[in-house]
Design a binder for this molecule. Structure first.
Ligand SMILES: CC(C)(COP(=O)(O)OP(=O)(O)OC[C@H]1O[C@@H](n2cnc3c(N)ncnc32)[C@H](O)[C@@H]1OP(=O)(O)O)[C@@H](O)C(=O)NCCC(=O)NCCS
Length: 182
Protein backbone atom coordinates (compact mmCIF):
# COMPACT_ATOMS: atom_id res chain seq x y z
CA UNK A 1 0.00 0.00 0.00
CA UNK A 2 1.08 3.59 -0.41
CA UNK A 3 1.06 5.59 2.81
CA UNK A 4 1.01 9.37 3.04
CA UNK A 5 3.17 10.91 5.74
CA UNK A 6 2.71 14.48 6.97
CA UNK A 7 6.47 14.55 7.39
CA UNK A 8 9.35 12.03 7.11
CA UNK A 9 9.89 9.65 10.00
CA UNK A 10 13.17 10.84 11.46
CA UNK A 11 15.54 9.73 14.21
CA UNK A 12 18.91 11.48 14.45
CA UNK A 13 20.50 11.26 10.95
CA UNK A 14 18.10 8.58 9.67
CA UNK A 15 14.88 9.24 7.74
CA UNK A 16 12.22 6.96 6.34
CA UNK A 17 10.09 8.18 3.46
CA UNK A 18 7.62 6.25 1.30
CA UNK A 19 9.55 4.77 -1.62
CA UNK A 20 8.76 6.06 -5.10
CA UNK A 21 9.82 5.27 -8.67
CA UNK A 22 12.56 7.89 -8.41
CA UNK A 23 14.38 5.67 -5.91
CA UNK A 24 14.91 3.02 -8.60
CA UNK A 25 18.39 4.34 -9.38
CA UNK A 26 21.62 2.78 -10.65
CA UNK A 27 22.82 3.07 -7.08
CA UNK A 28 19.97 0.85 -5.85
CA UNK A 29 20.70 -1.57 -8.74
CA UNK A 30 24.32 -1.82 -7.57
CA UNK A 31 23.20 -2.87 -4.06
CA UNK A 32 21.05 -5.69 -5.44
CA UNK A 33 23.94 -6.95 -7.57
CA UNK A 34 26.45 -6.76 -4.69
CA UNK A 35 26.96 -10.28 -3.31
CA UNK A 36 28.42 -8.88 -0.08
CA UNK A 37 25.35 -6.73 0.61
CA UNK A 38 22.73 -9.41 -0.06
CA UNK A 39 24.53 -12.48 1.26
CA UNK A 40 22.34 -12.82 4.37
CA UNK A 41 19.09 -12.09 2.52
CA UNK A 42 16.79 -13.97 0.15
CA UNK A 43 17.97 -11.79 -2.76
CA UNK A 44 19.96 -13.51 -5.50
CA UNK A 45 22.50 -10.99 -6.78
CA UNK A 46 22.90 -10.37 -10.50
CA UNK A 47 20.43 -9.58 -13.21
CA UNK A 48 18.97 -6.46 -11.59
CA UNK A 49 18.40 -3.27 -13.58
CA UNK A 50 16.35 -0.11 -13.15
CA UNK A 51 13.36 -1.54 -15.03
CA UNK A 52 13.22 -4.54 -12.70
CA UNK A 53 13.34 -2.26 -9.66
CA UNK A 54 10.51 -0.13 -11.09
CA UNK A 55 8.40 -3.27 -11.42
CA UNK A 56 9.32 -4.44 -7.93
CA UNK A 57 8.50 -1.09 -6.32
CA UNK A 58 5.15 -1.01 -8.14
CA UNK A 59 4.32 -4.54 -7.00
CA UNK A 60 5.03 -3.71 -3.36
CA UNK A 61 3.04 -0.47 -3.61
CA UNK A 62 0.11 -2.48 -4.98
CA UNK A 63 0.35 -5.06 -2.22
CA UNK A 64 -2.21 -4.14 0.47
CA UNK A 65 -0.15 -6.14 3.01
CA UNK A 66 3.07 -4.14 2.56
CA UNK A 67 4.48 -0.69 3.25
CA UNK A 68 7.79 0.12 1.58
CA UNK A 69 10.15 2.86 2.77
CA UNK A 70 13.37 4.34 1.42
CA UNK A 71 16.00 4.78 4.14
CA UNK A 72 17.88 8.05 3.82
CA UNK A 73 20.87 9.30 5.78
CA UNK A 74 21.75 12.95 6.23
CA UNK A 75 25.21 12.49 4.68
CA UNK A 76 24.55 9.89 1.94
CA UNK A 77 20.94 10.33 0.83
CA UNK A 78 19.20 7.09 -0.20
CA UNK A 79 21.16 4.29 1.47
CA UNK A 80 18.68 1.41 1.62
CA UNK A 81 15.12 0.22 1.97
CA UNK A 82 12.82 -1.19 4.61
CA UNK A 83 9.65 -3.16 4.04
CA UNK A 84 6.88 -3.84 6.51
CA UNK A 85 5.36 -6.93 4.91
CA UNK A 86 2.85 -9.67 5.55
CA UNK A 87 0.58 -7.23 7.35
CA UNK A 88 -2.28 -9.17 8.89
CA UNK A 89 -5.10 -7.06 10.33
CA UNK A 90 -6.68 -10.23 11.63
CA UNK A 91 -3.66 -11.18 13.73
CA UNK A 92 -2.35 -7.66 14.25
CA UNK A 93 1.13 -8.53 13.07
CA UNK A 94 3.66 -8.02 10.29
CA UNK A 95 7.29 -8.67 9.45
CA UNK A 96 10.12 -6.18 8.98
CA UNK A 97 12.94 -6.65 6.49
CA UNK A 98 15.61 -4.11 5.60
CA UNK A 99 18.65 -3.71 3.45
CA UNK A 100 21.24 -0.97 3.77
CA UNK A 101 23.04 -1.11 0.47
CA UNK A 102 25.64 1.60 1.05
CA UNK A 103 28.37 -0.31 2.82
CA UNK A 104 30.06 2.97 3.78
CA UNK A 105 27.31 3.65 6.33
CA UNK A 106 27.13 0.20 7.93
CA UNK A 107 27.67 0.23 11.68
CA UNK A 108 26.60 3.85 12.16
CA UNK A 109 23.26 3.13 13.81
CA UNK A 110 21.17 3.67 10.68
CA UNK A 111 19.82 0.11 10.62
CA UNK A 112 18.80 0.30 14.25
CA UNK A 113 17.18 3.72 13.77
CA UNK A 114 15.28 2.55 10.67
CA UNK A 115 13.96 -0.46 12.59
CA UNK A 116 12.91 1.77 15.49
CA UNK A 117 11.13 4.23 13.19
CA UNK A 118 9.28 1.52 11.24
CA UNK A 119 8.33 -0.31 14.43
CA UNK A 120 6.91 2.85 15.96
CA UNK A 121 5.03 3.62 12.71
CA UNK A 122 3.57 0.09 12.57
CA UNK A 123 2.37 0.24 16.17
CA UNK A 124 0.98 3.79 16.09
CA UNK A 125 -0.34 4.13 12.53
CA UNK A 126 -1.07 0.56 11.47
CA UNK A 127 -2.26 -0.42 14.96
CA UNK A 128 -0.34 -3.68 14.89
CA UNK A 129 0.46 -5.51 18.12
CA UNK A 130 3.44 -7.64 17.06
CA UNK A 131 6.33 -7.28 14.63
CA UNK A 132 8.63 -10.10 13.58
CA UNK A 133 11.91 -10.54 11.74
CA UNK A 134 13.77 -13.59 10.49
CA UNK A 135 17.57 -13.37 10.63
CA UNK A 136 20.26 -15.78 9.46
CA UNK A 137 22.13 -16.78 12.60
CA UNK A 138 25.45 -15.61 11.14
CA UNK A 139 24.12 -12.08 10.51
CA UNK A 140 25.42 -10.59 13.75
CA UNK A 141 24.95 -6.97 12.61
CA UNK A 142 21.26 -7.53 11.91
CA UNK A 143 20.66 -9.40 15.15
CA UNK A 144 22.30 -6.66 17.20
CA UNK A 145 20.44 -3.90 15.30
CA UNK A 146 17.08 -5.57 16.03
CA UNK A 147 18.03 -6.21 19.67
CA UNK A 148 19.02 -2.57 20.12
CA UNK A 149 15.60 -1.65 18.72
CA UNK A 150 13.95 -3.74 21.46
CA UNK A 151 13.38 -7.05 19.68
CA UNK A 152 13.95 -10.35 21.46
CA UNK A 153 14.64 -13.80 20.10
CA UNK A 154 11.47 -15.90 20.17
CA UNK A 155 12.70 -19.01 18.46
CA UNK A 156 15.52 -20.58 16.55
CA UNK A 157 14.36 -22.33 13.39
CA UNK A 158 16.77 -25.20 12.96
CA UNK A 159 18.47 -25.62 9.56
CA UNK A 160 15.81 -23.32 8.12
CA UNK A 161 17.97 -21.89 5.33
CA UNK A 162 20.73 -23.03 3.04
CA UNK A 163 23.70 -20.68 3.24
CA UNK A 164 26.79 -21.27 1.14
CA UNK A 165 25.60 -24.82 0.52
CA UNK A 166 25.09 -25.66 4.19
CA UNK A 167 21.96 -25.73 6.41
CA UNK A 168 21.77 -22.67 8.65
CA UNK A 169 19.62 -21.77 11.66
CA UNK A 170 17.33 -18.74 11.36
CA UNK A 171 16.53 -16.59 14.40
CA UNK A 172 12.94 -15.50 14.78
CA UNK A 173 12.90 -12.08 16.49
CA UNK A 174 9.84 -10.19 17.67
CA UNK A 175 8.67 -7.07 19.44
CA UNK A 176 5.25 -6.49 20.97
CA UNK A 177 3.37 -3.22 21.12
CA UNK A 178 3.41 -2.42 24.83
CA UNK A 179 0.96 -4.52 26.76
CA UNK A 180 -0.73 -6.00 23.69
CA UNK A 181 1.04 -9.37 23.89
CA UNK A 182 -1.72 -11.15 25.78
C1 LIG B 1 22.23 -5.70 8.96
C2 LIG B 1 22.02 -4.20 8.81
C3 LIG B 1 20.54 -3.90 8.65
C4 LIG B 1 22.53 -3.52 10.10
O1 LIG B 1 22.41 -2.11 9.92
P1 LIG B 1 23.59 -1.15 10.39
O2 LIG B 1 23.14 0.24 10.20
O3 LIG B 1 24.84 -1.59 9.73
O4 LIG B 1 23.66 -1.52 11.93
P2 LIG B 1 23.69 -0.51 13.16
O5 LIG B 1 24.82 0.44 12.98
O6 LIG B 1 22.34 0.03 13.41
O7 LIG B 1 24.09 -1.56 14.28
C5 LIG B 1 23.39 -1.74 15.45
C6 LIG B 1 24.32 -2.35 16.46
O8 LIG B 1 24.90 -3.54 15.91
C7 LIG B 1 26.31 -3.46 15.97
N1 LIG B 1 26.80 -4.13 14.79
C8 LIG B 1 26.57 -3.78 13.51
N2 LIG B 1 27.20 -4.63 12.69
C9 LIG B 1 27.84 -5.52 13.48
C10 LIG B 1 28.66 -6.68 13.23
N3 LIG B 1 28.94 -7.08 11.98
N4 LIG B 1 29.14 -7.36 14.29
C11 LIG B 1 28.85 -6.96 15.55
N5 LIG B 1 28.08 -5.89 15.86
C12 LIG B 1 27.58 -5.20 14.82
C13 LIG B 1 26.63 -1.98 15.99
O9 LIG B 1 27.87 -1.74 16.59
C14 LIG B 1 25.50 -1.44 16.79
O10 LIG B 1 25.74 -1.62 18.15
P3 LIG B 1 25.60 -0.38 19.17
O11 LIG B 1 24.13 -0.03 19.19
O12 LIG B 1 26.10 -0.94 20.45
O13 LIG B 1 26.46 0.70 18.59
C15 LIG B 1 22.82 -3.64 7.58
O14 LIG B 1 24.17 -3.84 7.79
C16 LIG B 1 22.40 -4.29 6.28
O15 LIG B 1 21.39 -3.92 5.72
N6 LIG B 1 23.16 -5.26 5.78
C17 LIG B 1 22.90 -5.90 4.49
C18 LIG B 1 21.54 -6.57 4.33
C19 LIG B 1 21.11 -7.39 5.54
O16 LIG B 1 21.83 -8.22 6.04
N7 LIG B 1 19.87 -7.13 5.97
C20 LIG B 1 19.26 -7.77 7.12
C21 LIG B 1 18.66 -9.06 6.75
S1 LIG B 1 17.86 -9.80 8.17
Amino acid sequence: MIVALDEPLQLNVTRLIPITEKHASERYVSWMNDAEVVRYTEILPGGYDVARLHAYIASVQNDPASVFFAIESESHGHVGNLRIGGISARHGRATIALLIGERAVWGRGIGRAAIQLATDFAFRKLHLRKLCAGIYEVNIGSRVAFERAGYIQEAKLKAHAIYEGQPLDVLQMAKFNGEMAA
